[in-house]
Design a protein around this ligand. Sequence first.
Ligand code: SF4
Length: 759
Amino acid sequence: MNKFMVANRTINMGTSRRKFIKISALGIGSVTATSGALNLMASNSYFNETNVPILSKKFQKIPTYCEVCFWKCAGWAFVDENNSIQKMIGNQEDSHCFGRLCPRGTGGVGMYNDEDRLKTPLIRTTINGEETFREASWDEALDLIGEKFNEVKNSYGPESIALLKHGSPGKHLEHLFHSFGSDTIAEPAYSQCRGPRETGFRLTYGSWVGSPEPTDIRDTKCLVLIGSHIGENMHNSQVQEMSDAIDNGATIITVDPRFSTAASKSSYWLAIKPATDMALLLAWMHVLIYENIYDKEYVEKYTLGFDKLKDHVRTFTPEWAYGITTIKPDVIRKTARAMANAAPSVVVHPGRHVTWYGDDTQRARAIAILNGLLGSWGRKGGFYFKESIKVPDYPHPEYPHPKWGWREIGAKYPLAQMGNTVEVIRASIPNEENKYPVKAWMVAGTNITKSIPNRLLLEKAMDALEFMVVVDTMPMDVTGYADVVLPECTYLERFDDIRSATNRAPSIAVRVPVVEAKYNSKPAWWMAKEIGERMGTGAYFNYNDYKEVIEWQLNEMGTSLNEMINIGVKNYPRKSGPLFLDENSSYKFPTPSGKIELYSQELKDLGFDALPVYNKHPEPPQGFYRLNYGRAPMHTFSRTANNPNLNDLKNENTLWVNPKVARILELKKGQHVWLKNQDNILSEFSIKVRITERVRWDSVYMVHGFGHNNKKLSRAYSKGINDTQLISQIVEDPIMGGTGMRGNFVTILTENPHKNMTI
Ligand code: SF4
């Protein structure tokens, strides 16, 4: 019986065909860590931008863009004569980082040096009745994938092979999938993260928010953060801009049940009762409209549906909201007036991870509407009009047209803009009525056991699959469920797609290999090509090296690989018009009406509320606390937990508990506790208690991404708790299918619930 089974003993799971295997491939040896980069990063001022010319003589300076998170900051890697990476710094010309990498980016070299990396392809096998992995050659692993994918394709159609992906490898594999006729593609970054805000803003302004968010934070006079943890959520240029805004005297208003880092820098911290944000947003609209302090000229000129909105929020007074949110009416009024005073240089931030309670698109709409009342969209210090440059497609034959794909699988969510992971998971569980059966998965660059809630559903789907491939650099927990594991080399060891940034002005950046790929790892573009050739789609991969692709693309864009290797980032002038609204000419928003749609006829026609409404959400039962989770600045979810440099900075999460709760439960600082959720799911490991006034008494909080259950992650294994394991209740957003995950409650156990269990 495996560890995961132990963790869920109380919910009585059966034995799975696809047993989770902690990767311990026969014959894999360990390699000593060589990294000293963290010390360099922390102390060596010799490595800074002013010394770049001197350093370039002493070290080879190679351009890349960071993959430790999705912000994709462009930077330089410095390599010494022994081909050892000595330092990473940001590229001065890059609008994603303004010349500075964040601590995670500087520690990115830890991904390369991590001795726990996947080192060679692995194939699931059974020895003496026990499932394990054995090492395989690339040819053997790729032949098996080609054979199994072809079998599924011939029996059910190419659409039955699904790709769950994240980050740069996903792009290459997406091309592979399109080449053989599958559009069954989804990513947690949409339906478990930012999807609702994209749909909510698209409905209101006609364009989605995207990444980086087009927020003019550096020039703002007022920044409003609603459950958004800039600073802990270390999105580089955004953090730098927020810091500038604070220095310039901007008013920061933070709405959060927890005293976050952002709250500590704020003029106002609104310690809202969880799950009631919509009431606050409606009350703010009420104050702006009924105190007549909204931007009348802007609303008149650019918006549609103001009168309906005014009627709608008539009764949503601060006194009404007080009873729901616990925020005092005078604080609601004061903060609304602070926004109005700063308008239009105000940003009510759209947030990032916004899949909370299932009505998240409507909450995102409320945020979008509030920005509309303040006149901040298209205004300096508010939101700018972003622009990017199109990288030409490398020539390839036309893709075949799939008979069905993510749209059909997720058809019940009419306004989904991307594939829904949970619907792909559901389509993978055999059911005679399912018209879109998924039979095989490739999972690339996403540790779905830590990013997708409802583990029972996920395990049921994985168990039913005929074949599953995982592509990753590390033995993340999900690799334990695969039939074949392919070791991807890190971003420092490969060519990748040209990064085209969407920002105040367009720019491109290149990623070229800084060092040779370690062990027997390979880039995803190479895997895609090799699998394509085995599936008869070699014509789509008409190159031997990805270098040829980006060389061609750069030439088409009027530059060259040589030039880009010298400069790393190339900035282009804007072509789409001014950065902000030109008040002297008319502007047509890309919505059906050409206006900012405060009232959404599109939602109305689909049977949804045209204006956002407050819905009461479940509250914790007696003895339970709402499970809130968030980020730490030195980690990117679970993917960096084992990074030697970053693990050094934080190696486990802690459970934030209010002193009142600690007193009742007689908890001590640093005490190990276990958690049990409302569905009797137990945490696999324990977590240390942190007693702090910074969290409300009705909630507990932990940083997401810990509690790994694969022993091969030698630093991260068993450190802290995996919050996703305790998220078994999800509320799906009926508009776009996002999975609301904040309606889960835990009780705190001081005794080890696993100690009497037989393994
Ligand atoms: S924000 Fe940090 S981790 Fe993310 S890409 Fe930039 S430097 Fe890397």
